[in-house]
Structure formats: C-alpha cells, structure tokens
Write a protein that binds this ligand. Sequence first.
Ligand SMILES: *Cc1c(COP(=O)(O)O)cnc(C)c1O
Length: 396
Amino acid sequence: MTLANGRHYLAIPGPSVMPDRVLQAMHRAAPNIYRGELPDMVATIVPDLKAIAKTKHHVAMYICNGHGVWEASLMNCFSRGDKVLVLGTGRFGNGWGDLAKALGIDTHLLDFGNAADVDLARVAEVLEADTAQEIKGVLIVQVDTSTSVKNDVLGLRAALDAAGHPALLLSDNIACLGCDEFHMDDWGVDVMITGSQKGLMTPPGMAFVYFNDKADAARETADLVTPYWDWRMRVDPDYFYKYFFGTAPTHHLYGLRTALDMIVHEEGLDAVWNRHKVLAESIWAALEVWGQAGPIRANITEREKRSHAVTLVNFGPGNGLKLRDWMEHSYGVTLGIPLEGVENPDDYLRIGHMGHVNGQMVLGVLAGLQAGMTALQIPHGPTGVEAAMRVVAEAT
Ligand SMILES: *Cc1c(COP(=O)(O)O)cnc(C)c1O
C-alpha cells in the first residue's frame, strides 16, 4: 500500500515550496506595464532586494534562471582572454567556470572536490604568486547545492586583501540567499548573483545580479557585454521599460513583492536565517544518531561548513536511490537527486530545506526517512527523529 496520497511535498533544493500567498498574488489580470501599480511596485522591490543581500549598491533584474545570471555577471565584468580564478567545490562552482571558459575567459580552476570547502590557504598562494595581478576576478559559490558545502566568502575577501590583490570577488548565492547569512557590503563582495526560485520563494524565471561601483568600473571596459545583458539600463529607474529590456515579468513581480513582504517586513531577515539554522541543525542531529548504527553520514563533515539551505546525505550503498523512491511513492515527499560528479550517486539523496519551510515540514521528512529506513531494513540509530525534535524543542 501507499501513504503518498495527501498533499505532496517537493523537498528538492530548488525550485522550493512557494507560499500560497505568493501564488495568489500572481493570480490576476495583466497590469499596465508603463504606468501605475506595476512600475510603482517595482520601485519598492528594489530596496527590499538590496536589504536581503545587505547591500547599498545596485541590483539588476533579469528574466531568466540562474544560468542566465552566471552569464550576465561574467559579461559585465570581463573581456575575452581575461584571466579568472574559479574555486570549484562541486557541480555549480565548476559549471560557472565552464561557462566562463566558453565565453572566452581564460579560466584557472582550483578544484577542491565534492566533499570539501575552498581551501583559502591554496587560494592565497595563487593570489600571492600573481605579482603581475593578471587575475581579474575570483568566482566562488557561497553554497554549492550539489555537495551542500558552505564556503567562507568573507575569508576569500580577507585573502584578497592580505595579498593586496585587486581582482573582483564574484559570489554565486543562488542556493542560499535568504537562508544562509550573507552581508554583501561588509564582506567586500563585488558581484553577487541569485535567482527567484530558492530562498526567495517565487517561481523560477527571475534572477538578479548585484554589483558595486568597482564592478561597474570593470563594466566600462568589459568587451563581452551585449545590450540585452548589460546591467546598466537595468538599474536605471527612469526607464521602466528598459529596466527589463522589454516587457516586465509582470506576474513574477507580484509574487516576488509578496515573498519580500514575508521575508523582509513580516518575519525579518535575521529570524529567517535563524529558522533555517535551527531546521538544518535538526536534520544534522538526526543524521548523527542514525549514523551511530548505520552507514548514514552528511556529505560535509564539519558543521560550520554545511549550508542551512540544502543537505547532501550518503545513506550507504544503493540506499539513497531506494529511500528516494520509497519517500516519493510510499510517503508523499520528493527528495533531491545527487548531481553528476558524486561517486556512487545511488548512495545519496539531497534534502532541500530552503525558503518556505517550517518545523513540521522538516520533522515530517525526517520521520519519513526513519520510517523508510525501517521499511527497507537499512540499519540506523533508532532515535534520530527524537534528536531532531530535541533541537526544535530547545530552540523554541
Ligand atoms: C540552482 C543553482 C544554480 C542554477 O540555477 P538555475 O536557475 O537552475 O539555472 C546555480 N548555482 C547554484 C549555487 C544553484 O543552487
């Protein structure tokens, strides 16, 4: 028999669960894109997008997914042949680097594998050896969604400063903006990119490039930039039509307005970060106990290097695939697949816990995993869910 026939829960690391209020805000007739409610609303979205990134600088909005702003960010900063250092910690860091290479950028990959964060000592060596300062930019992913590692973006800023190196710091925060703590200005990040469909709880289809004046100075000479992807017109409020280089993503904007209300004005960003932290810690607590009597372990060993938005778990040989299947067909939860690059992918699954998630959703997933392990006879420490419940109880 199956117990899956209630409201299904998609717990993959993006697209994330959208609040009903966000969906309802989108359910309306098309607005006038030239004047009135919609342009007025966009003017209120910009400051809230900046508040979520803790920046006073600029944010350009695009109608695209995360891959689109991978490209947009690079095109506004670099020219063909520019040298860029790529810090690879999984599928996404390496993917951004591959795209840079395809654009004609001279990429140098430091690959830290699929279960570790960026080794800043190695980065410092490379920066210090670059006495001619040929490296024009460094690409880092704050959370690589494929491995669930969280990189030390502030530490990268410190390494650049210690080396006296002027390269731009570009950070991919598509997985984790609004989930893991981030301070664009205080951390000295020159360019940050994110998308609508993860921490921002809005359908996929909008993405954002944040940039400061130093990055905008690089735009002056960047020969990769094309008119559509140019960030300058997209930050100019005098040109509403050009803000989006054509028709605005009308309904996404209504959804986004509501999501930003919920994050910035109702719950508050600090509380949102804290909610993600406690829910992540409850997952880790369960994994630790399950792993005491079974082959279960979080992909990232050290807690401070784990994301609060997504967790990659190894459940032992073949068990990731079996559990995903059981969760989907017997329990009503779809979990994330491992991404290419991980060895023995059938051992793994990913739990998305970004955006509109609360205690019952996360504890429900953990209870399902524990029931699934019992049903599938996967050995595990029997009190994992109790450990997760304790984390929730203590935090509240
Ligand atoms: C999801 C994600 C992307 C890709 O975003 P798409 O919207 O799927 O193109 C890139 N980087 C990171 C870190 C992500 O989590």
